[in-house]
Ligand binder design. Structure first.
Ligand code: NAP
Length: 251
């Protein structure tokens, strides 16, 4: 049996767990940070909560005799991805990175790339009257000092107390579709969309809506993370890589 630890919290991680669950040669455990109010559990075995940094993760890997580590966390979850690299090296096991492709601008898009939420906040304050903030719960605090702009803040769970004074909070979880996103942007008079370049189909409708409505997008680039030994964009690629490894008898 090959023991696989999937660092999850994404739809890709859930798809991978579903693909591997039931394979008699593979024992999969998905790990979740456990910070969202209503956890969406993947198929198969799960564990919840931090490991206590890279050392704690390496200890867990040793204790549970993990053979392969898969980092399928969100592209903006940089800390756990650094821990994964360090722990995989210390444990001498391969690290597979499952990272969804970035969104790319299309004809008709008007994107301004920025490298952080703080940079996005500075730009928004100078250009936006009514901004649609779709960066999740974390990072909303960067916009808290902006008293000029009105914000529509959308996240799965409510952000902390550090939030811009003029705002409406919308708690919602994707998938979203273009018509609904357009209706939302028109009804709130949105003039700028703020997004992380998360990639994936679940939340990309906002970009099509902004394109159709001629609304500019402030696009926050992904933080750098150390590369995996094998990098895949889709769950099926990781499942195929694991199975070919089993056929070769590597683990
Ligand atoms: P982060 O900043 O990279 O991680 C912070 C700490 O949370 C890590 O050091 C680790 O604690 C713990 N952690 C994170 N992911 C974990 C996992 N899968 N299993 C066990 N512990 C984990 O990550 P984050 O941005 O807070 O994201 C937390 C989770 O939410 C991730 O699983 C990610 O996939 C998901 N998520 C994040 C975003 C986003 O925009 N950041 C969006 C959607 C989903 P220890 O150091 O104690 O091990």
């Amino acid at each position: 049996m090959t023991k696989v630890l999937v660092l999850g919290g994404t739809s890709e991680a859930r798809t991978l767990a579903e693909m591997l669950d039931g394979d008699p040669r593979i024992d999969v455990v998905t790990s979740l940070a456990g910070r969202v109010r209503e956890l969406v559990l993947p198929q198969g075995e799960t564990r919840v909560g931090g490991f206590g940094g890279a050392d704690g993760l390496a200890e867990w890997i040793a204790r549970e005799s993990v053979d392969v580590l898969v980092d399928a966390t969100h592209p903006f979850a940089a800390q756990i991805s650094v821990s994964a690299r360090v722990a995989a090296d210390a444990s001498r096991i391969p690290l597979v990175q499952l990272i969804r492709p970035s969104w790319l601008p299309e004809q008709g898009d008007s994107w301004t790339p920025v490298s952080s939420t703080d940079e996005a906040a500075t730009l928004v304050e100078s250009v936006a009257d009514r901004a649609f903030l779709t960066i999740g719960r974390q990072g909303v605090g960067s916009f808290a000092r902006n008293e000029r702009t009105w914000f529509l803040v959308r996240s799965i769970d409510a952000p902390g107390p550090s939030i811009p004074p003029n705002h409406e909070l919308l708690l919602a979880r994707g998938p979203f579709e273009t018509t609904g996103e357009k209706d939302l942007m028109v009804s709130r008079g949105i003039d700028v969309l703020v997004s992380k370049n998360s990639g994936g189909a679940m939340t990309e409708a906002k970009l099509a809506a902004a394109r159709d409505l001629g609304i500019p997008v402030v696009m926050i680039a992904r933080p750098p993370v150390p590369p995996g030994d094998h990098v895949a964009g889709h769950a099926a690629d990781v499942a195929a890589w694991l199975r070919s490894r089993l056929r070769r008898g590597t683990s």
